[in-house]
Structures are given as structure tokens and as C-alpha cells.
Design a protein around this ligand. Structure first.
Ligand code: 9D3
Length: 259
């Protein structure tokens, strides 16, 4: 998959992409990310990318010309119609389902907004507009990285373990169960009232029992109780098996008794 990213802060994109799973995928050539500096598509001496809004008001607007030229250059190189995604607070909410859908495309352009946003005429060339959530950021660079990261995980060969992609929280519709690793016990200092006591934190015995049927059941119960406690909204859409439905009924019964 190839992703072209257009931004006025190329360093903000390039540096994070060098690290981690996505960085390795780029090194291997599984993923191709091209970062374009919008200023390279200006024609004036001062490489100006923004201007005052018509009608007045605070802030600046991204000029349409450099963006059209950047998209023309990318389209010329691809020789095919572009899928252009604009990051913007007015966009539809980006979700895991969107990530999976976009990963099916061979090529994507991500346009990063800044200032008060884009000249409206840029939308002429935009396929879709995405927001990553209801909070105010300073620009579209972090959202573009979020979108790319979530999409990249679905590209075959990017994540080593395909199973971990399929079993992921939002693909399965449940939160993950707790995880433990060695050592089996750790000591922590804890203040209890006026006393400092040593407490031993143990790994749940079932996990070291070697009883794999019991382990699977414990993990299901933990995943369900966490989801019920923290994200009950996810349970509406989750697809549960027979055993999970039964565990959930038990957990709901137990929580009613506590109330
Ligand atoms: C102070 C400016 N705001 C006036 C009402 C509008 C505004 C314009 C541009 C607010 C934020 C931004 C910059 N944000 C993005 O470009 C952005 C974003 C976000 O802020 N939150 C969640 N998703 C996204 S995607 C792009």
C-alpha cells in the first residue's frame, strides 16, 4: 500500500513513522509512505501556504492553489484517480471499521489541515473527510498519523502476527483480558493508614495451572467483566459465543446483587 501525506510540517510526520511496527514495514517495503511539504507546491518567493479569510474573522485559511498543485503532482505520478482523505474536525468519525475498509485500497492521499482549515473549494478534490474524535487539536498531522497507523495494521505483512489483528479489542467487540508475565510474584511498598506495609502481588493461579480450558474461560470472564464495567456500550455490537453469553448473564446477575 502507498500513502501520500501532504503537510506543512513534514518533520512531524516523518519522525514518528521511522519507529516501531510501521517503521519496519516501511523499511521492508510492505508499506510506502511519501511525505510532501505543501510549501514545495507554492510558486511565490516566500512559499506562502495560508491567507486571510474572505469576509474577515480570526485566523488564517490554507490557500487552495498549493493543495491543487500537490494533488496534481501525486495524480500525475500515479496515473490513476486519487482517493483523497482530508483530516478535519468536521469529518465523519474515524473508526476501526473505517481503518479496515481503507486498508483494502492500494493508494491513499492524506491531506493535513492547519490554521482554521482549508479553502472550501479544495473539497472538490476530496473523497472523504475524517475526524479522529471530539477534541480540538492544532492541526491534522496527528490525526493523519493515527489514521495511517490504524490502517497499516490491516495491511498484510505489516503486523507479524495476523491473529493479533483479528483478535483485537475493537475487531472482536470486547476489551482484552488482563495480561501477566514473569516473575510470578512482586513485592510493592504500600501505605495503609499510617503504616507502610510490604504487599505481594501475585499472578492469578489459573494462568500458571497449565489447565488451558480453565485459562480460556478465565480470560473470557475477565474480558467480559472489564467490558461490562468500563465500556458497556461495546456489548451491544459484540458477537459472543454461547459460553460468553452465559458468563455475561452470570456477571450481570452478580453486579445486580452488589447494587
Ligand atoms: C480554533 C479553530 N476552530 C474554530 C472553531 C476550528 C478548528 C480548526 C482546525 C479546530 C481545530 C482545527 C485543527 N484540527 C484538525 O485539523 C483536525 C482534528 C481535530 O482537531 N480533532 C479531531 N480530529 C481532527 S482531524 C483534523
Amino acid at each position: 500500500m502507498t500513502v501520500d501525506i501532504v503537510t506543512i510540517f513534514p518533520a512531524m510526520i516523518a519522525q514518528p513513522l521511522a519507529a516501531g511496527i510501521v517503521g519496519r514495514a516501511i523499511e521492508r517495503g510492505t508499506l510506502d509512505v511519501k511525505v510532501h511539504d505543501l510549501r514545495d507546491f507554492t510558486t511565490d518567493r516566500h512559499r506562502v501556504v495560508d491567507d486571510v479569510p474572505y469576509g474577515g474573522g480570526p485566523g488564517m485559511v490554507l490557500k487552495p492553489d498549493p493543495i491543487f498543485r500537490a494533488l496534481d503532482a501525486i495524480a500525475a505520478e500515479r496515473g490513476a484517480p486519487l482517493t483523497v482523505i482530508m483530516t478535519s474536525p468536521q469529518g465523519r468519525r474515524f473508526t476501526q471499521a473505517e481503518a479496515e475498509r481503507l486498508a483494502g485500497l492500494e493508494h491513499l492521499v492524506l491531506l493535513c489541515g492547519r490554521y482554521e482549515g482549508f479553502d472550501e473549494r479544495v473539497r472538490e478534490r476530496v473523497t472523504e473527510e475524517l475526524s479522529i474524535g471530539d477534541y480540538v487539536l492544532t492541526g491534522g498531522e496527528l490525526p493523519a498519523l493515527v489514521v495511517l497507523d490504524a490502517v497499516a495494521r490491516f495491511v498484510p505483512g505489516v503486523v507479524g502476527d495476523e491473529q493479533s489483528v483479528a483478535q483485537d479489542t475493537f475487531s472482536r467487540g470486547l476489551l482484552n483480558h488482563p495480561q501477566y508475565t514473569r516473575p510470578p510474584e512482586i513485592e510493592v511498598r504500600r501505605v495503609r493508614g499510617v503504616l507502610e506495609v510490604l504487599e505481594v502481588l501475585k499472578v492469578p493461579e489459573v494462568l500458571t495451572s497449565g489447565n488451558h480450558a480453565e485459562i480460556r474461560r478465565w480470560r473470557k470472564r475477565e474480558a467480559l467483566s472489564r467490558t461490562l464495567e468500563r465500556r458497556p456500550d461495546l456489548l451491544d455490537a459484540a458477537s459472543l459465543d454461547e459460553e460468553e453469553e452465559q458468563l455475561l448473564r452470570e456477571l450481570k446477575g452478580a453486579s445486580h446483587e452488589r447494587d
